[in-house]
Design a protein around this ligand. Sequence first.
Ligand code: ATP
Length: 453
Amino acid sequence: MGNDRLTQIVSLCRRRGFVFGGSEIYGGLSSIWDYGPLGAKIKKRIKDIWWDTYVDKREDILGLDSAIIMNREVFVASGHLEGFADYLVDCPQCKKRIRIDKIEKVSENNYRCAECGSLINILESKPKRFNLMLKTNISASEDSPQEAYLRPETAQGIFTNFLNVLNTTHKKLPFGIAQIGKAFRNEVTTGSFIFRMKEFEQMEIEYFVKPKDADRYFDYWVNERYNFYIERIGLKKENLRLREHSKEELAHYAKACIDIEYRFPFSSRKEDSDGEWSELEGIANRGDFDLTQHSRVSKKDLTYFDDEDNTRYIPFVIEPSAGVDRTFFAVICDAYDEEEVKGRKRVVLKLKPTLAPYTLAIFPLLKNNYTIVELAKKIFYDIKNKMPTIYDDTAAIGKLYRRQDEIGTPFCITVDVESLSDGKVTIRERDSMSQERISIYEIEKFVKEKVKD
Ligand code: ATP
């Protein structure tokens, strides 16, 4: 089932302009993707919902938009220059270069190639370390390069601005700093469409707390973020699960980490029996590691003065770190449905209406009838500033419905000859395909009542 479904989803994304290969007319670039007109809309809606939920609607979280290019020292302090590396091994049989941590361990020194299934002995095919950081040069002269790095996570911009935010807002613990932005990793394992990209976007919160409160807030954020995917993004509960990191898997600085996993139609974790659960978001209790490190390397005092307890300390931090692209991918996978209607396949994206590129589509039943087209366009121009609406008269009605089903438009309106005399139109609901006649004046109210957060 898995890969067929994935093939259909990738084909839909391409056909309808959700996702394109990066630099495609020049042959593309591995693991670099572009979002087309409809993909860009969905992606923006995901980010807007996240920002609205955590920054606009809360008093305890502040927004930030820090630079992508950062000073080398940042990554000395964070440990990325030293430790942000994968161990890669070349399969002696199929020659594919693979990450050792992502394939099945068969015995002490033997792993199984995920591509061709042959055994890889790590004493013979020695794994090599490969740093994932993308380096750039920001000097004006090529003779004396000044090395800088593209951030591999948005989090470091938050830590380096901790003092700026604290001093300018005078927040008291607990408080968070949130940001949405691009991150870059020179990933080696590729494939699985947009799951693992070299340039991707994250939505991260660093939530600073008193050390004694860290466990409680860790639990709070796991719960909060899990519910977010169900309630605000509309993912199905049965496709989501929590997975706690084992002691061996935990990053050395993390005190606890739980991944929110989604059941994608492929497997990036071969040891899973059902083979489809993969990380959507990681929530970590990072203790005081990051601020302590930046304090040590930058020689700036990053402590917090607690006037309730009259003490000074480095706060602990809870980090819910989500990927915009993986959320987008999960949204499309979750919504994708194929049904048989009157002996024909219907592809429909059952998106949560608040995420759909268009809420409403307007069609004239007869595109050559001037008065019908004029009325349909008038309805379109009246409503398009009130909700995302599209007008289409480039095909017969059945085809127009099918197009909107494929891009997840929850409601379609058809204007016909009778509309000219009775002032009513046919409104069709995407999932049930039920149709009813409503007055032109009721369209906005009718749709808004059904499209709730
Ligand atoms: P993985 O184990 O899949 O490589 P990770 O544990 O390295 O992921 P984190 O460093 O925890 O990922 O990053 C937080 C989130 O950022 C991930 O849950 C994911 O949604 C997103 N993310 C990380 N790397 C990528 C990538 N290469 N492409 C797309 N999204 C990514």
